[in-house]
Structure formats: C-alpha cells, structure tokens
Design a protein around this ligand. Structure first.
Ligand SMILES: [Zn+2]
Length: 343
C-alpha cells in the first residue's frame, strides 16, 4: 500500500441481528438454506460498507459467512467427526466440547474461495482474508488418529495452503493466519509451529500475516489475563523465530494491554499490524488514545511498516460499538499521518 499507516481490522465484525444472535460467540444462524446463503452475502456487503464508511483501508468480509474463526473451516474437512465429541482444555485455559479427528484429514472443496471472490468484486480496496493457523486448529480438536500434534498441524498446514492459493487466485491481497495458540505453547511454536505456518504459506505471492493475540473479550480470556502479572511478555517467545520467518506481517494486541511495547524491537523489519483498539471493552477509544498507542509503537516499528489495526476480532461487540471503534481507529491513524507528514 502506498498510503501511510493503512488501517485494517483483525478479522471478525458483529453480524446483523437478523442473521445471528448478537454479542454471542458460536451464535446459531437465524436463517436456513437459500435464505441463509443470501443473508450471509447481504451481511458481508453491509460489513464491507461499514468498514469503507469508517475509512478502513484494507477491508475484509468481517467473517460474516462463518460461525467461528476455527470451527467453520474444520467443518468443511474430511476426517473430523463433529458428532463424536470430547471435552478438552482450549489453549490451557477453558474446557470445551470439541470434535474428534477420526481419520486422515483433507479438504473436500474450497471453503471460503467463493466468498472471497464475492468480496473482491465489491471493492477495489486491498482485501485481507483470515484463516485459522495450524496450531490453533489442532488445539480445538481431540485427535484420535494421528496421535501427534505436530503431524496433525502439518496435515492442516497442507490443507490451508491449498485454500490460501485459491484465495490468492480469487484476488485476496493479504492472507492472515490466526494463531492465538502461539501465545501459549512456546516450545511447540519454536519446535514446529512456525515451520507449519510457513508450510501453509508456501508458494504464495500475495502478502502473508499471522495474528497473535490474547483472545476475544470473553470471560475465560479476561480471567486468564488477570493471571499474567504486570507485564505480558508472551510475544518474546515466538518473536525471534518469527522475525526470521517468511511471514510478511505480524498482527498484535497492544492497546490497553500489558504487553511491553519494546518487544516490537524483536520483529524489527517486519510489517506490524498494531492493535490500537481494545476489543474487550464497550468503551469507544478517542482518536487521541489510538494515536498514543501508535506513537508508542512508532519507536519500534518504521512508519512505512506500521499498520494500525484492532487487538482482535470484534464479533462479540454490538454493531454500534464496533462501528464507533472503526471510526476511532481511522481518526487516530489520521492524527499520526499528519504528524509524520508535518501537516
Ligand atoms: Zn485475536
């Protein structure tokens, strides 16, 4: 992008209340069959419109066609039995009933490629598409087939690569892999997590991003954050290897978090999507608050590599709050653009 400090969101945005119950994760659809297909595309168009009106530069589908950022992708794969469920601890944090891997995993057909092509024809702005990362995928399943987290992650990476190549062909400019698990399983991240992520991006000519965060603003996550002490240094574990990786952009949680900003020095040279919007509160940031976070980040990220963003997805917020936050993000970025350009 030529524009300085191009804004974007981490991914999900709230769905209209006629499509799914608002402010709820895994919210069931309110429409069926043909009506649901049409409703999802209408919602995607509205979500795009909200982003464009708020001045967001790199737009997304707002994840309007998916129920959940990990589960929806897995639902489209062979080898996973959604009836046969087991209770596991997700990201060492909370118990959830999850599907079981019962055989070799494979992709039956493209999952999001038609949706991406639809978004592509609606706008000339750069578009970013989010997929779950391999490590985060395996962490939401019970594996009764491979019996190896690394092996299963590798199989998922190959599947993600097939999907990513087709998304690129459909005109997606940035493909982002969501890896909140990178903030939890540090040894695995360095042993094979980043290698699996690079396998997922193999052969891509578009830009690639990885989003690592402290999760949605749900209770399990906010309770976990309270146990992390006065400084959140989790990023320190994965950053050195990520800095050397082939991934172009790293998307992070920064605003209102206890992440020491100087950790960004560890990924110097990468483009950084700096989270300047807190998704765990309904309070809408002021433009100056956003600008403050961006100013702090600019000490460690070169201006031409800084991409103002949200800390995480905004699916669990109300549409009104999310739209207010999008506007604040753009207004805060504009303050810094003027400062840099000396206007
Ligand atoms: Zn996130």
């Amino acid at each position: 992008m030529k524009k300085l400090l191009p804004t974007s969101t981490a991914g999900s945005l709230p769905k209209p209340s006629w499509l799914a119950q608002p402010e709820t994760l895994w919210s069931p659809w309110k429409l069926q069959d043909e009506g649901l297909l049409e409703g999802k595309y209408d919602a995607l168009r509205l979500s795009l419109d909200d982003q464009l009106r708020a001045g967001i530069d790199i737009v997304s589908d707002g994840e309007q066609t998916r129920q959940h950022f990990v589960t929806t992708f897995i639902e489209h794969l062979n080898g996973v039995d959604f009836e046969n469920r087991k209770v596991v601890k997700i990201r060492n944090r909370y118990d959830a009933s999850v599907p079981t891997v019962v055989g070799e995993v494979s992709r039956q057909k493209p999952v999001f490629v038609e949706d991406a092509a639809y978004l592509r024809q609606l706008t000339k702005q750069p578009i970013k598409w989010a997929l779950p990362g391999p490590m985060t995928m395996i962490d939401t399943l019970y594996d009764n087939h491979y019996k190896s987290r690394e092996k299963l992650a590798w199989e998922f990476a190959k599947i993600l690569n097939q999907e990513a190549r087709e998304l690129e062909a459909a005109g997606v400019d940035i493909i982002q892999f969501d890896e909140p698990a990178f903030n939890v399983f540090f040894d695995e991240v360095n042993d094979w997590g980043i290698t699996a992520l690079e396998r997922a991006t193999e052969g891509l000519k578009c830009e690639t991003a990885v989003h690592i965060c402290y999760g949605y603003g749900i209770k399990a996550n906010t309770d976990w954050k309270k146990t992390l002490g006065s400084e959140w240094r989790q990023y320190e574990e994965a950053f050195p290897k990520l800095q050397k990786s082939s991934i172009d952009i790293i998307s992070l949680e920064c605003h209102n978090s206890l992440v020491p900003m100087d950790l960004l020095e560890l990924i110097r040279g990468k483009k950084v999507m700096v989270g300047a919007i807190d998704v765990a509160t309904n309070t809408i940031e002021t433009a100056e608050e956003v600008a403050n976070t961006l100013r702090k980040a600019l000490q460690f990220v070169d201006a031409d590599k800084l991409y103002p963003c949200t800390n995480c997805g905004m699916a669990p917020l109300s549409r009104q709050v999310a739209t207010g936050k999008l506007r604040a993000l753009n207004a805060g970025a504009e303050i810094i653009r003027r400062e840099i350009e000396g206007l």
